[in-house]
Design a protein around this ligand. Sequence first.
Ligand code: BG6
Ligand code: MG
Length: 213
Amino acid sequence: MIHEMQVAIFDLDGVIVDTAKYHFLAWKRLANSLGFDFSEADNERLKGVSRMRSLEILLEIGGLSLDDAAKARLTDQKNDWYVESISRLDRSEILPGATEYLQRLLGRGIKTAIGSASKNTPLILDRLGITQLFDVVIDGNSVSKAKPDPEVFLQAADALHIAPEYCVVFEDAEAGIEAARRAGMGSVGIGSPGTLKDADVVVAGLWQLVLLG
Ligand code: BG6
Ligand code: MG
């Protein structure tokens, strides 16, 4: 049975704000500093995935194996570069249609949530002045299991006291679409249908949903 959406859960990076490119650039810089290259195609595997798990995938691509202390130093280094980029973020980097779509949902009485793996979520929302557009924010600071585990989305549904089948997840990452499916939620892929094959619906950006009304 198909249920009408009562809660819209948004991934942050690559759905609401154009930060996915800064994650990519910081990982690429780290890979280059370790002596190997890292392509945009490789980067698809890191989208939606936690910081430490992302490093492990990156090291696998480079054929390197390091101890925990070295891995912690490298994730700190990547995050320093990333935070340096996002400290200059401004509202022009909110993705097209995101603010309009969120306002439209709130006007219709639909609850909104962030469900992101990023520990930098509060910093980004604050910098862009959009924290108040979300009824609930669940991020990498409150979850213990990374996407594709459904924990982040289930926590959002729980916080809003709504059953998963009334929630729809908006995601640009394959891992996030898989997490939505495992949570028993509908999914809207943001990006290309070729990459987000398992999403219920795929659009190029939230602006397309604004167009549809
Ligand atoms: C996700 C991004 O939203 O957050 C990943 O898609 C990123 O690329 C992950 O690794 C963790 O983010 P952060 O900011 O905590 O390093
Ligand atoms: Mg994302």
